[in-house]
Design a protein around this ligand. Sequence first.
Ligand SMILES: [Zn+2]
Ligand SMILES: [Zn+2]
Length: 345
Amino acid sequence: MRPQDILMPVAAGLCCKVGGFHIDPVRPVERAIITHGHSDHARAGHGAVLATQETLDMMRLRYGDNFARSTQAIRYGEEIRLGDVKIKFHPAGHVLGSAQIAVSCKDTCIVTSGDYKDAIDPTCTPFEAVPCDVFITEATFGLPVFRHGDAADEVKKLLASVALFPERAHLVGAYSLGKAQRVIALLREQGYDAPIYLHGAMEAITRYYESRGVALGELRVVKGMKKADLAGTITLAPPSATSDIWTRRFPDPVTAFASGWMRVRARARQRGVELPLVISDHADWDGLTATIEATGAGEVWVTHGQEDALVHWCKSRGLAARPLDLVGYGDEEESEVVAADEAEA
Ligand SMILES: [Zn+2]
Ligand SMILES: [Zn+2]
């Protein structure tokens, strides 16, 4: 069977006709399989949703109990049959509950990675390379200039700045789902045991991580704190909040931003980021290419970002490769809009 007869990009997303489902659909469909909880991948309004328990819980947190007509939870390594295909979930190492989805039909296996990273992350199950015939990879950081380095070193930079400026507050812009909890866990790994403060918009998801057994130490919400009492503290906030009037409640804040894009100095300057922290929940160039090799796939479909360089790299290695023109997926590393009712949180 040709791979494109198993999975095909359509307006609603990646469609599996023989299995009767879409993966991460951007429009409402009868049956959706969801890779992870980020809002561009996990949308409300589908009929049946199949995903990990964590992803289902995150959707419930964001959209309320009626986000789908019915839901089914699946574990990593578990296999189920849908129509003429078999589905298996594998850890993607991107955020808590994130999964790659292997779709097998007869003797052809296609793995959709969703978003992934091969770097170690104390807040989620490690990425696992899955042998397959066709690998669908994201390419958010699909250029050789992107090498993320060790996230622990970036967190050490943050702690050095806190030690250097005890009279200032440190505000760290970080995406609410995944990045914020990872930065907190990395700070704890470095032995930082003071309370860490949260913007109100990230409290629910962070408490959810804790409920799933991710230890994050003492956390407090910023709301109600006196300005002077925030000197020498670290606060995590959605990236957009670090540049608005919300920051006035902090004493002379040092603005940091945790993102793979902080490798690009101009981006940091443009955003007024004083302390760029190169911490990404996506694979860097070396991670992308090493993963493609590890899957043993003879064919690679590239989506979600900088497709061209990766397609070229694959072809130079004798692999069949093409960009997949999927639309509707954002870049959670870049920004996050905070709802108006959360802005004062
Ligand atoms: Zn994502
Ligand atoms: Zn994505």
